[in-house]
Design a protein around this ligand. Structure first.
Ligand SMILES: O=P(O)(O)OC[C@H]1O[C@H](O[C@H]2O[C@H](CO)[C@@H](O)[C@H](O)[C@H]2O)[C@H](O)[C@@H](O)[C@@H]1O
Length: 242
């Protein structure tokens, strides 16, 4: 496993995935937690990078704010459909949530019949969770496929024990590329840490930009560097040079 190189706070920008990278994966999406000293370390890194640290997540930015309080940070939420370029900036919402109303309605009977499947409604994205019901994975994939048939304006993506739908046209790679066009990120070398399939878009973008792409865990990846797990990420954050 090739470990990532040291990072220079003057020349690099740091992009961090959330679930599976900064926090351990757990059964209940609402019960993730980050220790206070880890939040303080992220604040210290944000300050040393002059704000060029962003969380890039499938989560809503409002949820990230809740989990990471009192950290002040830039963020791409819902895979880039929500965006806050500066730590103290306003959140922009790039899509309206009503595009998903027909999908919400189409999923409802299956959720009623299969109560071990759960729905996470993020407004601009809907997620079916089957971590605690792996036998229902195909039911979840099937109903999502049927609910989105003939909808070219939507994209269905699989993550870790989830199937998710949101408006097409955005992913973590495009979100990262957008960040790199404005201050405080512009002109820096991107560094990205992520564990999941949806992070591959950003890892590829970082590779294309000559940056430092770091896969967390053992899944296949385009990334050139690896960290073993969430604990290893936090160890590396402590020694990476920022
Ligand atoms: O881009 P990320 O920050 O990695 O967010 C991706 C999804 O994370 C959450 O789901 C994942 O974490 C849950 C809590 O550990 C876990 O129960 C689930 O199985 C994982 O897929 C979140 O709930 C999703 O909305 C995010 O898209």
């Amino acid at each position: 496993m090739k470990r990532p190189p040291a990072i220079d706070p003057q020349t690099h920008a740091l992009f961090l995935d959330f679930d599976g990278t900064l926090v351990e994966l757990v059964d209940d999406p609402d019960s993730v937690a980050l220790a206070r000293d880890r939040v303080e370390r992220l604040q210290e890194m944000t300050d040393r990078l002059s704000g060029a640290l962003a969380i890039v997540s499938g989560r809503r930015i409002s949820d990230l704010d809740r989990f990471l309080s009192p950290l002040s940070f830039a963020a791409a939420g819902v895979h880039g459909l929500e965006r806050r370029v500066r730590p103290d900036g306003e959140t922009e919402f790039l899509m309206a949530p009503d595009a998903l109303d027909p999908v919400r309605n189409a999923l409802a009977p299956t959720l009623e019949e299969n109560q071990r499947l759960s729905l996470e409604d993020k407004g601009t994205a809907l997620v079916l969770h089957f971590r605690t019901a792996p036998d229902l994975a195909d039911v979840a994939r099937g109903v999502m496929e049927r609910a989105t048939r003939d909808r070219d304006d939507l994209v269905v993506m699989e993550g870790d024990n989830i199937v998710e739908v949101h408006p097409a046209g955005m992913d973590k790679g495009r979100a990262l590329a957008d960040f790199m066009t404005s201050a405080p990120f512009e002109g820096r070398i991107p560094v990205y840490l992520g564990d999941d399939t949806t992070d591959e878009f950003a890892l590829q973008t970082v590779m294309d930009m000559g940056g430092v792409a770091v896969k967390v865990g053992t899944k296949d990846s385009v990334a050139g560097y690896r960290l073993a797990n969430v604990a290893d990420v936090h160890h590396w954050l402590d020694v990476c040079g920022i």
